[in-house]
Ligand binder design. Structure first.
Ligand SMILES: [Zn+2]
Length: 324
């Protein structure tokens, strides 16, 4: 498997998804359509397998040893498991864009819970404290709901995927000088959601993909008290409940028929659900358009292909708007 194949798979997955969503407005969603994005996505190569295409500049991955004795075990675990290689979406976009400098991903002791992008060092930092808290929350979740033994690790992995993609979004906005109107926090949540929805290994079923995003949505709500002060209202992040519903809307928007149950159980209001297919389509098209001009040398052919999909889906969207 070459990384070029990855790029093709990712671009096609994004483009096909967009075309599928655009078409869904004017015709019933077909099972074949829903399966399509996944059918063009290939599994990633085994860890350690050399890349056929030189990614320039590639991402860099590191595990910084913590000072606190209490974090040593987490450090050993993530280093031995090579956590950065366990994130399929990050792996897929490694080398995809012509970045002005190398983007580094590092796990580190931060002194508090968090994950962030450091523009000065072009560095995405994932804190060991975050991994510890996520694991604890996964155990609570497992016990409260009587879930399987593997749930805590699954909870950690799903949330780490979302969190790291969110920070990668901040990095891409900074390094590629991408325009963003509105809150950047919302925009990069959307990118993380789209990448997780539209890129999955062949070993992941659609249910697992949406299940993972559901765990990320669960995490967003986990610290909410539902009572907010002025500081929360003024924050650069949307309120936890709003981030939750925004993510639910993105999921629902990819397949309103398939996810009709979300409205039935109250994970999404009927009024919001009505605009989700349109919003998901717009968000997907916007991110694709923002990123296409920055494809790394060697990926132009795939960019052309994605651009054709974009053009076609645009025409479909126009037609849907006239019809609707
Ligand atoms: Zn952020």
């Amino acid at each position: 498997m070459t990384s070029k194949t990855f790029i093709a798979a990712l671009l096609l997955a994004l483009a096909t998804a967009i075309s599928t969503i655009a078409g869904a407005a004017s015709r019933p969603a077909a099972a074949a359509d829903r399966a399509m994005p996944r059918s063009v996505v290939q599994p990633r190569p085994a860890a350690g397998q050399p890349r056929a295409h030189p990614a320039v500049p590639a991402f860099e991955y590191a595990y910084a040893p913590p000072v606190s004795p209490g974090l040593q075990e987490i450090y050993w675990r993530v280093r031995d498991a090579d956590l950065w290689q366990q994130l399929p979406e990050v792996h897929a976009i490694d080398g995809m864009f012509a970045l002005p400098r190398r983007l580094r991903f590092v796990t580190a002791e931060c002194g508090e819970f968090g994950a962030f992008y450091r523009p000065g060092d072009a560095e995405v930092v994932l804190c060991y404290e975050t991994l510890r808290t996520l694991y604890e929350r996964g155990v609570e979740h497992q016990q409260a709901l009587g879930l399987g033994e593997d749930h805590p690790l699954r909870y950690v992995r799903a949330n780490v995927r979302f969190i790291v993609l969110h920070e990668t979004g901040h990095a891409l906005v900074h390094l590629l000088d991408l325009p963003v109107t509105g809150r950047q926090e919302d925009a990069v949540d959307q990118l993380a959601g789209i990448l997780m929805l539209r890129f999955a290994g062949l070993d992941e079923t659609p249910e697992e993909v949406t299940g993972n995003l559901g765990l990320a949505a669960n995490w967003m709500l986990s610290d909410s008290t539902g009572a907010y002060n002025l500081q929360a209202y003024a924050d650069e992040h949307a309120l936890a409940e709003q981030r939750f519903f925004n993510l639910q809307c993105l999921i629902y928007g990819t397949d309103p028929d398939g996810f009709a149950g979300m409205v039935a159980v109250g994970d999404l209001t009927a009024a919001r659900a009505m605009v989700c297919p349109r919003d998901t389509r717009r968000v997907s098209r916007a991110w694709l358009r923002l990123l296409l001009p920055h494809l790394a040398p060697g990926y132009e052919a795939y960019g052309d292909e994605a651009a054709r999909y974009l053009e076609r889906s645009g025409r479909e969207e126009q037609a849907a708007q006239v019809a609707g």
